[in-house]
Unconditional design. Structure first.
Length: 114
């Protein structure tokens, strides 16, 4: 039950958003036990954002929420993949991309709790 939320100030075409979604769907498997089967994704572009008091450079904030927990090593691998995808598809340099991980103990789906 992962959820990945991407916010960027970059303007993305529909094809670029789809490419990001597809590549992140593949990348979620870098966390052991996770797959794209229940992955939910959101990609928000043209968000008003500032980093280092700069609004002209392409930046991104990515939140990854998972049911359960994983290792720092797995999160580091996924961070690298996310930064690579956003560099390739949105022009966001890794030095302008934050990735936040949240481990959830409680997760609801289809009227029940895991």
């Amino acid at each position: 039950m992962p959820f990945i939320n991407v916010k960027t100030n970059a303007a993305l075409s529909g094809d670029k958003k789809l490419a990001i979604e597809n590549k992140l769907s593949d990348a979620i498997s870098l966390i052991p036990g996770k797959s794209d089967r229940y992955l939910m994704l959101a990609v928000e572009d043209n968000v008003s954002m500032m980093f280092h008091r700069d609004t002209d450079c392409a930046i991104a904030m990515v939140e990854v929420k998972i049911f359960g927990s994983s290792t720092k090593d797995a999160y580091e691998k996924l961070t690298g993949a996310i930064c690579d995808v956003l560099s390739e598809e949105a022009g966001v340099d890794g030095s302008c991309c934050y990735v936040k991980f949240e481990e959830c103990k409680l997760w609801g789906y289809n009227s029940f709790m895991f």
